[in-house]
Design a binder for this molecule. Structure first.
Ligand SMILES: [Mn+2]
Length: 243
C-alpha cells in the first residue's frame, strides 16, 4: 500500500517488479494533469506493466479524473469500482472536490457485497482529526468509514503525516493507513506499507531520514497510537507539505 507517487518513475519501476497479491496506490499518480498530459501516458503504460494486480484511486493532482477509465483497459482497478481480488473486496473512491454523494453510492454498493471478504477502501484524502489525517483533511471520509465500516482504509495526501502523527490508526473498526512520502526521493522505492492478511502482520517501510527504516506491527496486538498532541494542532499550514 502506497500513495503520492507524483510521477516519480523510479517508484513505478520498483513497484512494477513486486510480486504480491495486490498493490494499492491511493492517489496522486502524476503531477498536475492540466500541464502535461504525457504523464498520463507514462503512468498508464507503467501500471499496465506491473507484475502484480493493481488498484488505484485519483488524487488532487490527478484531477480531473476523466483519464482514469483508460486505466481499466490496462487492467487496473480504479475510480468508482469495487472488485473481489482473492479474499479481498477492494473499493476505489474518486477524488471529490466537493461533497456530492456519489462516493456514498459506491460505498453503499460495496457494503452490500462484502459478505465474508475483507474490505479495503482506497481514498486519497485521509480522515479528519486522526493520526493518519490531521486537522486539515476530509470530514467526509471520516463520516463514511464510520458509517460503512470497511476493514481497512488506504489514504495519502499528507506526505509528512506519519512523521507528525502515525502511518496507521483505528477509527471504529476500520484500520486506516497513510504511508507518507518524503518530500525529496531518498531512494528508488516509495514509502509503503505491507499488509499480510494471513499472518496479520503489518510492516511500514520508511524511506526518509526521519525515524527507523521499517516498523513492524501485529494486528492482533493492535492498539491505537497516542492521540496527536496539542503541539501537532499548532502546526502552521505553511510548514506542511500537502499535495
Ligand atoms: Mn500528494
Amino acid at each position: 500500500m502506497t500513495a503520492d507517487l507524483h510521477g516519480r518513475w523510479a517508484y513505478y519501476q520498483w513497484l512494477a517488479e513486486q510480486n504480491v497479491d495486490l498493490i494499492v496506490i491511493a492517489g496522486d499518480l502524476i503531477n498536475n494533469l492540466a500541464i502535461d498530459e504525457s504523464e498520463i501516458i507514462l503512468a498508464t503504460h507503467a501500471l499496465a506493466g506491473f507484475r502484480s494486480p493493481v488498484a488505484v484511486c485519483s488524487g488532487n493532482h490527478d484531477h480531473p479524473n476523466c483519464w482514469f477509465p483508460i486505466l481499466e483497459h490496462a487492467g487496473v482497478l480504479s475510480d468508482g469500482q469495487s472488485k473481489v481480488i482473492g479474499n479481498l473486496l477492494v473499493t476505489s473512491l474518486p477524488f471529490e472536490e466537493e461533497e456530492n454523494g456519489s462516493n456514498d453510492l459506491i460505498l453503499h454498493e460495496g457494503r452490500k457485497r462484502v459478505g465474508q471478504h475483507t474490505w479495503i477502501v482506497i481514498n486519497h484524502d485521509p480522515p479528519f482529526g486522526t493520526q493518519v489525517g490531521g486537522p486539515l483533511v476530509s470530514t467526509r471520509i471520516l463520516r463514511q468509514i464510520r458509517h460503512y465500516r470497511p476493514d481497512y482504509l488506504v489514504s495519502g495526501h499528507w506526505h509528512d503525516q506519519p512523521y507528525k502523527g502515525s502511518w496507521y490508526c483505528a477509527v471504529g473498526q476500520t484500520i486506516c493507513f497513510n504511508a507518507g512520502q518524503p518530500e525529496k526521493a531518498m531512494t528508488k522505492r516509495p514509502n509503503c506499507i505491507y499488509l499480510d492478511t494471513s499472518t496479520r502482520q503489518l510492516v511500514w517501510i520508511n524511506t526518509s531520514m526521519i525515524g527507523s527504516a521499517s516498523v513492524k506491527l501485529k494486528l492482533d496486538q493492535f492498539s491505537n497510537p497516542k492521540k496527536y498532541s496539542a503541539r501537532f494542532r499548532r502546526v502552521n499550514r505553511s510548514n506542511l507539505y500537502e499535495h
